[in-house]
Design a binder for this molecule. Structure first.
Ligand code: GDP
Ligand code: MN
Length: 390
């Protein structure tokens, strides 16, 4: 789960990372008021969306007076901000962060990520920050420093100092960097984060380190024990198809083909998508209905898949272990009737209560296409696409 920049800054600040003073605004008037409240003579107005690359997309601006703050704010509110990291729809701007501007002498990149290969938290840092890490890896791979942290030991003072030296920091900046690194590590570990990124971490004109941007992402499987993180969720930043599916215990990813997929288990869903491709078709989605799917959940799965207008045929593939084929079959029959389906539906069932499941499908009197194997099911789905028939 992602959170906004201002939320990440608040969290990191509470662990001891220095951040500029700022305030949140929900309207242009409030943005102007925040600037006045902060004082000074320069402010940065920043669109709060779940994406990086806002600066290049026109979502961040340095303003010199209160009116400029309010007028830039009014141009941002309600807009869909399209960045390099979003899709063509972009992300809606409903909150702005107004910050006292900092003067920048140098921009550093600092990231904490989960490295699956070493099964460790890894720090990635570069003295040439400000850009996206992907760009940095391409334009200046030599500048990237990596360091893995042994979770049994934690991030040691020694490691943190070594990294500060590698980044070319001097004097008091070294102690500041050590404290920032340790604070980020504690925030990452204590809150079950999967990513903490500060880009840029700047050295100001007076030589101090300050986090000008912040990004954090959290392990959704751990949200149950982090209510203070879970409440930071902002649904306006999520793909409505995927978050609605999530509410019903379904994990759904929209794709571009025309064969809607309803599968149990992520591995089987991937294999089914491969089989569809092998048979010459294109899947419309990835969907895992999970274990113990009730008939009601199967109906929800149909609704989710059919919300995609491109879907011309549905392939249901269930290998029931925890699931029960008869429940799934009941769900398919109910969905077909309730939702008034007219498109072909291919059903392949295997595992627990398979005979009962097949009986329900065969005796339903509905034009459901039964298949015995995954290969047969994929071929039948491809063959019964409406475009194919025409
Ligand atoms: P991102 O583009 O979504 O990563 O947003 P950032 O928060 O990183 O802001 C984009 C860029 O705006 C930064 O890389 C800075 O160069 C610039 N910027 C942000 N805050 C300030 C500031 O206080 N002063 C100045 N001079 N530039 C800033
Ligand atoms: Mn940034």
């Amino acid at each position: 789960m992602d959170i906004h920049e201002y939320q990440a800054k608040e969290i990191l600040a509470s662990f001891g990372v220095p951040v500029p003073r700022g305030g949140l605004a929900y309207s242009p008037e409030q943005a102007g008021y925040r600037a006045r409240e902060l004082g000074g003579n320069a402010w940065v107005v920043k669109a709060q969306v779940h994406s990086g690359g806002r600066g290049a997309a026109g979502g961040v601006k340095l303003c010199r007076d209160e009116h400029e703050v309010a007028s830039f704010a009014s141009s941002l509110f309600g807009r869909q901000l399209v960045t390099k990291q979003t899709d063509a729809n972009g992300k809606g701007v409903y909150r702005l962060w107004i910050e006292a501007a900092s003067d920048i002498a140098q921009e550093i990149y600092l990231g904490f990520v989960l490295d699956r290969k070493s099964e460790r938290i890894m720090i990635v840092a570069s003295a040439q920050g400000g850009m996206e890490i992907e760009d940095l890896a391409e334009t200046d791979p030599e500048s990237l420093r990596r360091m893995t942290i042994d979770p049994a030991v934690g991030l040691t003072e020694f490691q943190a100092r070594e990294l500060a030296f590698q980044l070319g920091l001097k004097g008091g900046q070294i102690a500041q960097m050590v404290s920032i690194l340790r604070a980020c590590y504690r925030a990452y570990r204590d809150l079950d984060a999967v990513m903490v990124e500060i880009n840029p971490l700047v050295i100001t004109g007076s030589g101090d380190l300050v986090a000008l941007d912040a990004k954090m992402s959290f392990d959704t499987n751990a949200l149950f024990r982090r209510p203070q993180v879970a409440e930071l969720r902002d649904r306006s930043q999520e793909d409505p198809r995927e978050s609605t599916a999530g509410d019903h215990g379904l994990s759904y990813v929209g794709l571009t083909g025309d064969i809607g997929c309803i599968i149990n288990g992520a591995g089987l869903a991937m294999a089914t998508m491969d089989m569809i491709k092998l048979a010459g078709g294109e899947p419309a989605n990835f969907l895992d209905i999970g274990g113990g799917a009730s008939p009601e959940r199967v109906v929800k799965a149909f609704q989710t898949v059919l919300a995609d207008r491109n879907v011309g045929v549905v392939l249901v593939n269930i290998f029931a272990g925890i699931n029960r084929c008869d429940w799934v079959a009941e769900g398919v029959v109910t969905a077909y009737r309730q939702l008034g389906l007219t498109i072909p539906v291919v059903v392949r069932l295997a595992g627990t209560n398979v005979e009962e499941g097949r009986r329900i499908i065969d005796q339903s009197g509905l034009p459901l296409i039964s298949a015995d194997t995954l290969a047969e099911a994929a071929a039948a789905a491809v063959a019964s696409r409406p475009r194919q028939a025409a």
